[in-house]
Design a protein around this ligand. Structure first.
Ligand SMILES: C[S@@+](CC[C@H](N)C(=O)[O-])C[C@H]1O[C@@H](n2cnc3c(N)ncnc32)[C@H](O)[C@@H]1O
Length: 440
């Protein structure tokens, strides 16, 4: 084996288990604390992997995350001065990522926060700004009035960039003050007695979230400044985030030499319901402030985003899908054919998910340069009381495209916020970091 390649592998293998298990991370880390998006990666886990692969690339790094979620991968890449690009299907991920990859001066945010607070304090109206089915189920009347005041005050801000920052603070406020439980990502109403006795103020929550976020983003930006990555009020490299369905394609003409991602583990409905998690916040945020091309039908029902996400579609005939994907992955085939008719129906979602994952990989590979690295953090899950070996399946999908596993690591995922207790048995407590090298 080439000595250099061996060194890279050894360096990756030498990453300590404490680091991989996220024992050194802080919940207040800027990248994670600004909005509590589901199943976020721990930046301190990704950092050494990104750092070591960047050394191996020995070149300017251009990083892509095609399932960017809360964009922690991009934020980590920016700490190393890389060009970064992220894509996600969920509009809330786009908003959050736009904010996390923008440059803000603390003073402009502090001034805006003062203006917004004073605008809220002088707002005597009780008009509710938003209307959607079941609004009264998900928000008390008082919370609706308070959120409406915040909404009006943010809308008055002239700068789109500033509005985006405070829409994120509003999204976190909604997560904390709606009648939806915070313990699961699926929408579940709190018990009526709890709603009636809860002492909660959207105004106070918004104020403390805004202040915390201003501090966190300020701390992060000062790291970029210290490293010399901010010049003339801008990040010196490109940081692009795009709303798009990775299964349909990567929405850029750029090419990349490093891909770092943690894809969903299965279709959203039966694993992590990113869409349901985002449904209430997105009702209160004007889509045109996120991206003018986002269609409103994304909020048609609470299920809409999840059904548009990987594995959520049931348009194509299952037989056609099976024929296509069983040929690539014998592990998937063996998993599916062990079941009787009823169980097999239930497991269909796994096949549909893997089919779309495979299709998405093809789309990504079109944008990856020769000799690029692809680092995937992926876990297994249970369906019909049997383990879906996503790790082996992913290896087989890559093998079918002539791409071998370069090296792999394993980590505990106790520190990662996974579905609520009820669903936990559905997921595994370990995940793999699988690194591939595209040699052609
Ligand atoms: C595990 S999360 C990514 C977490 C991210 N690495 C982080 O640290 O926050 C998976 C993401 O994939 C997104 N996703 C699912 N299907 C998608 C699709 N077809 N196209 C683009 N993104 C998709 C979800 O919206 C979700 O944000």
């Amino acid at each position: 084996m080439n000595k250099n390649i061996k060194n890279i592998k050894n360096n990756i293998k030498a990453i300590s288990s404490e680091t991989l298990n996220g024992q050194n991370y802080s919940r207040n880390d800027f990248a994670r604390s600004i909005l509590n998006y589901p199943a976020m990666m721990v930046p301190s886990v990704q950092e050494p992997i990104i750092e070591k692969l960047a050394e191996a690339l020995n070149d300017k790094v251009s990083l892509i995350d095609p399932f960017m979620g809360a964009s922690n991968t991009l934020v980590t890449g920016m700490k190393y001065g890389m060009d970064v690009f992220g894509q996600d299907i969920n509009p809330l991920s786009i908003l959050l990522s736009q904010v996390k990859t923008s440059f803000y001066l603390s003073e402009e945010l502090i001034d805006a926060e003062r203006r917004i607070t004073s605008s809220i304090n002088s707002d005597i109206f009780e008009t509710i700004e938003i209307s959607f089915i079941n609004i009264d189920k998900w928000f008390t009347r008082n919370t609706q009035i308070e959120l409406s005041k915040i909404h009006r005050a943010i809308r008055r801000e002239k700068s789109l960039k500033i509005r985006k920052f405070f829409w994120v603070a509003l999204a976190e406020t909604i997560r904390l003050t709606s009648n939806d439980r915070t313990s699961t990502f699926k929408m579940h109403m709190r018990p009526i007695e709890e709603i009636n006795s809860r002492q909660i103020s959207a105004l106070k929550t918004f104020s403390s979230v805004s202040q915390k976020n201003i501090k966190n983003i300020g701390d992060y930006i000062s790291v970029l400044i210290q490293k010399g990555y901010i010049k003339n009020g801008k990040y010196i490299k490109n940081a692009d985030v795009v709303w798009g369905d990775t299964n349909s394609g990567i929405k850029t003409r750029k090419t990349f030499n490093l891909l770092v991602t943690s894809p969903p583990y299965g279709d959203n409905q039966t694993t992590v319901t990113y869409g349901q998690f985002s449904y209430l916040p997105l009702q209160w945020i004007p889509f045109e402030d996120i991206d003018k091309t986002i269609e409103l039908d994304y909020l048609k029902t609470t299920q809409e985003i999840d059904s548009k996400s990987l594995g959520g579609q049931i348009k194509t005939n299952i037989k056609e899908i099976e024929d296509n994907v069983f040929e690539k992955s014998k592990t998937l085939k063996e998993f599916i054919i062990q079941f009787n008719y009823e169980e097999r129906k239930k497991a269909e979602k796994v096949t549909r998910f893997i089919y779309e994952l495979n299709n998405s990989i093809d789309k990504m590979l079109l944008r990856m340069r020769k000799d690029s690295f692809l680092a995937w953090t992926i876990g297994n899950r249970n369906v019909n009381k049997h383990i879906v070996r996503n790790d082996l399946i992913l290896n087989e999908l890559f093998e079918s495209k002539g791409i071998e596993l370069f090296t792999g690591l394993e980590r505990d995922i106790l520190s990662k916020r996974m579905p609520g207790r009820n669903n936990f048995s559905n997921m595994m407590s370990k995940e793999k970091i699988l690194i591939y090298k595209k040699t052609n």
